[in-house]
Ligand binder design. Structure first.
Ligand SMILES: [Zn+2]
Length: 353
């Protein structure tokens, strides 16, 4: 069995000066905690905020990548960069964690197919087409008004080139219209690396039953996100009513802009503690979303994409990656066979890779 987390924002935390070679009190992901959680590998997403202009988007993605490379160079005894399933299995046989790379936001390729190819050559094996804003490739699910009404003409070229390169297309964050356009254009299966089921929680980041069936019919996979807001509507309302997120945003921006300042770091940790003190859904809610996908599309089309280090609050019992094994244990309790659990834990995603 290979346990794979298909999405975490750990490069952003490395950028905020976290040393993931050692155990961190506050961080959701570091190498010791991955070992504790029984996680064999993770996609480190280079997350580029939609607010960045084209040049800043590219240079910021490069800075995040540089941080990951430096981290791996300092931790050769713990982890290694991998780009395919056989390298990942080989790393596991040597007792090393696998770090895969994803690019979260196609804004970083600007409007350039050669830049897309360069990111592939640097080891990026999936690209999330956009994030919380529309870009040159397609519309996001976040803004109310459409820009393209789905994929742009350039976006169609991007899909074709990603298919040719063998780079997975990540449909998390894109609008429903963009999703159906991608599904129609792509000659290869596509993935949602960190999304949940809209039938169980209404957020627009989640996928409808129809979308999940269509994704699976073309061989794709939805990897369930651990963010309580995407898992559970009751929690989403509770969080909004608390006002913590709105208040915490400024504190986080302050911290991001000056991560070396201990006071700013402490202020952000205090916000995280306040969020953790809320009445949060159990981690078993993740298994409810898995059950739902399985009921729609079968066990071959679902997996786990935590979004750790990109989410300020987690389900109860799933505070960080060291708890990861508990989801697999919950699936076992629910009657999934070892073979099914192996697929959900990482087998499905590695098959597509
Ligand atoms: Zn995301």
């Amino acid at each position: 069995m290979f346990v794979l987390d298909s999405h975490c924002d750990t490069p952003s935390q490395i950028y905020r000066l976290r040393d993931i070679g050692v155990r961190n009190a506050h961080g959701q992901v570091d190498f010791p905690k991955m070992k504790d959680g029984g996680v064999d590998g993770a996609f480190f997403a280079l997350y580029v905020p939609s607010a960045f202009g084209p040049e800043k988007a590219t240079s910021y993605a490069m800075e995040l990548l540089a941080g990951v490379c430096d981290t791996l160079a300092r931790n050769r005894d713990k982890a290694v960069l991998v780009t395919n399933a056989s390298e990942a299995y080989e790393a596991k046989s040597k007792g090393l964690l696998s770090v895969f790379l994803g690019l979260e936001n196609g804004s970083a390729i600007q409007k350039s197919i050669p830049l897309l190819r360069l990111f592939y050559r640097l080891g990026i094996r999936y690209m999330t087409l956009t994030h919380s804003g529309h870009n040159e490739i397609c519309d996001s699910c976040a803004p109310a008004a459409a820009r393209w009404g789905g994929l742009s003409p350039f976006g169609r070229e991007v899909v074709a080139e990603m298919n040719r390169l063998g780079m997975l297309i990540d449909v998390s964050h894109i609008s429903d219209e963009s999703f159906y356009d991608v599904l129609e254009c792509s000659e290869k299966p596509v993935v949602a690396t960190h999304s949940c089921c809209r039938a169980l929680a209404h957020h627009r980041r989640n996928m409808t039953d129809e979308m999940i069936r269509a994704l699976a019919a073309k061989g794709g996979i939805i990897q369930i996100n651990f963010y309580p807001v995407f898992l559970d509507d009751t929690f989403a309302s509770r969080l909004e009513a608390s006002g913590i997120e709105a208040r915490g945003e400024a504190v986080e921006v302050d911290f991001i802009n000056d991560p070396a300042d201990p006071a700013k770091r402490a202020a952000w940790y205090a916000v995280e503690d306040e969020l953790a003190a809320l009445d949060r859904p159990s981690y078993k809610r993740i298994a409810d979303h898995i059950d739902h996908v399985v009921s729609l599309a079968g066990v071959e089309h679902v997996g786990l994409g935590s979004d750790f280090d990109g989410i300020a609050v987690t389900p109860s019992g799933m505070e960080n990656v060291s708890c990861f094994h508990k989801i697999l244990e919950e699936l076992d309790r629910r009657g999934y066979s070892d073979n099914d659990i192996e697929k959900i834990a990482g087998g499905n995603f590695l098959r597509l890779l």
